[in-house]
Design a protein around this ligand. Structure first.
Ligand SMILES: NC(=O)c1ccc[n+]([C@@H]2O[C@H](COP(=O)([O-])OP(=O)(O)OC[C@H]3O[C@@H](n4cnc5c(N)ncnc54)[C@H](OP(=O)(O)O)[C@@H]3O)[C@@H](O)[C@H]2O)c1
Length: 238
């Protein structure tokens, strides 16, 4: 305990929290919408392997059950609505094209939940990947607009699903930028990222700045193509 913490504890005040004090999230259930795709499967695998209870969702309960069986580590499968209803924290891992429609349909199930949007609205042409410009500003802001009763955050955009799914890879060397309006929610998502070996959650601002984070994936795809890599990011001096 630092001198100032000791002084405030002695005075009966709550010790000052630092950005590195994160909650214990080990008891939370994580749901993954679109958990049958590479990104959803990869996150489900890593979190479940770290001891988290995970439910993968799908538009088809059968596809979800099949994906869960392949993932192992206690992962369960359900349709997207049941996944949302059962989870405390819900990761959205569907393509941008289906994002708005799916979230609008799950508004009731997602009420009160922490929603983690990892969707990157990108276009692809002969020159490679480029960032789309969602009307609401970003995928995360679209989620927040559609889910006013949820605690919407944005994270996990820069991960390579190939690395996440590769069972030979023990550690994922990356910082996960976490954005949101609700500090307790972003702390929870940072703590979830921290459970995965090699990964670290870093608070990176409010949702109005999610567009750059989502768009940066177009740059990472260019890096990956040029260097035949699975590039990630590290934030220095934090
Ligand atoms: N792949 C990566 O490396 C990576 C990295 C970071 C972030 N992301 C983001 O994560 C999201 C998922 O990526 P992915 O590569 O896993 O995508 P994906 O395989 O194309 O889609 C994931 C799952 O979403 C469901 N889905 C497909 N179309 C849908 C629609 N119109 N409405 C509702 N659900 C639909 C499908 O599951 P069911 O058919 O079983 O419902 C599919 O298995 C994307 O938004 C991407 O930008 C991906």
């Amino acid at each position: 305990m630092s001198t100032s913490d000791a002084a405030s504890a002695a005075a009966g005040a709550t010790p000052a929290r630092t950005p590195f004090d994160l909650p214990d999230v080990s008891g939370l259930v994580v749901g993954v919408l679109g958990g049958t795709g590479p990104q959803g499967r990869g996150l489900a695998y890593r979190l479940a392997k770290a001891g988290q209870r995970v439910v993968v969702g799908s538009r088809s309960a059968e596809r979800a059950a099949a994906a869960a069986a392949e993932l192992g580590h206690g992962v369960e499968g359900a349709d997207n609505a049941s996944t949302a209803a059962r989870a405390d924290v819900v990761i959205v891992a569907v393509p941008w094209e289906g994002h708005g429609e799916l979230l609008a349909a799950l508004r009731a199930e997602l009420a009160g939940k922490i929603v983690v949007d990892c969707v990157n609205p990108l276009g692809f042409d002969k020159q490679g990947a480029y960032a789309l410009k969602p009307e609401e500003g970003s995928a995360a802001q679209q989620a927040a607009a559609l889910l006013p009763e949820s605690r919407v955050t944005a994270a996990f955009h820069h991960l390579s699903a190939v690395l996440l799914e590769d069972r030979e890879v023990e550690e994922i060397d990356i910082d996960v930028l976490v954005l949101g309006e609700d500090r307790a929610a972003t702390d929870t998502v940072q703590a979830l990222a921290d459970r995965i070996p090699g990964m670290r959650g870093v608070f990176a601002g409010r949702l109005r700045n999610a567009h750059q984070v989502e768009s940066l994936v177009a740059n990472l795809i260019s890096v990956n193509r040029r260097y035949k890599a699975h590039a990630g990011l590290r934030i220095t001096d934090v």
